[in-house]
Design a protein around this ligand. Structure first.
Ligand SMILES: [Zn+2]
Length: 284
């Protein structure tokens, strides 16, 4: 499943290849792509044609294309893309062999195409309005760790009010967004915090350090093109990332901890496989 760094890699690729291009035609081939659209596939197809892509943005695991009219005047509209479990946004030439999981595509005025390929169809497109710089559909999603607007002190205080396991809280998108299972395990390992530690028993300083560790882990992943534990995840050019080679906790069950040598353990927290070091991530 693509996490924040993978989505950011896709966003950068899309921004590089599509900014300033006009959408000549949009086609949605699978109704599930438009399941959040009141007017269905037709609403997306009709309204996108003729609009220009002015910017490509992201919050958490959501990315969106901001749309302008021909003169690059903002329309207040955006195309929100959620990649779900297996979604990919690929830049293709029109003559590229058709993918059996192609769910929707945009034809651009420079001859390129943007393909939304999604084997498991958990992803979707949503065409709608922007409010305060984000699509109205995701206005409840909190800023993420890479967002320059994210206030780590405020997030730490918010976490401190909760008595739940810290890992569960990290996975809830309302307090801080964009943290999935892999990065939750990695940031808890980096900050030496037990995944089942109650948040209200951690100091503000340790919580802020945890968020800082999360930001560092994501920046490192971004530099390596995202994590590619799943063959379905590829960036816009179809290349996989290499961050999976430097994971310290996630998927490392039985491997020696890079800090102390203790074998990494696996437990289940909130239904999710959770990897940590029993020696340097003690519960208090
Ligand atoms: Zn350790």
């Amino acid at each position: 499943m693509p996490e924040l760094p993978e989505v950011e890699v896709v966003r950068r690729g899309l921004a590089e290849h599509t900014t300033g291009s006009t959408i000549v035609q949009a086609e949605v081939f699978h109704p599930r792509v438009a399941r959040n659209q009141l007017g269905g596939t037709v609403e997306i197809e009709i309204n996108l044609a003729g609009l220009k892509i002015s910017e490509v943005k992201r919050r958490g695991k959501f990315l969106w294309l901001e749309l302008a009219d021909a003169a690059l005047d903002p329309t207040g509209l955006c195309l929100l893309v959620h990649l779900g479990m297996s979604g990919q946004m690929l830049i293709k030439d029109p003559e590229a062999p058709r993918n059996p999981h192609l769910r929707a595509k945009l034809e651009l005025d420079d001859g390129k195409e943007v393909w939304f390929v999604d084997q498991r169809t958990f992803g979707y497109w949503w065409l709608g309005e922007l409010h305060d710089g984000a699509p109205t559909k995701i206005s409840h999603i909190a800023p993420d760790l890479l967002d320059s607007q994210a206030d780590f002190a405020a997030i730490a205080h918010n976490l401190k009010k909760r008595s739940k396991d810290i890992k569960r809280l990290l996975l809830e998108q309302e307090i801080v967004s964009g943290i999935g299972n892999i990065y939750a395990d990695e940031m808890l390992w980096a900050a030496q915090i037990h995944p089942q530690q109650r948040a209200d028993r951690l100091s503000i300083k340790r919580l802020e350090n945890l968020l800082e560790c999360g930001r560092e882990v994501m920046i490192k992943a971004l530099a390596q093109g995202g994590t590619s534990f799943d063959a379905l995840y590829v960036n816009v050019n179809g290349n996989s990332g290499y961050f999976s080679l430097s994971l310290n906790a996630y998927g490392q069950t039985g491997e020696p901890c890079a800090r102390c040598g203790t074998a990494i353990s696996k437990i289940v927290v909130g239904g999710r496989g959770t990897h940590f070091c029993t020696n340097c991530q003690r519960r208090r």
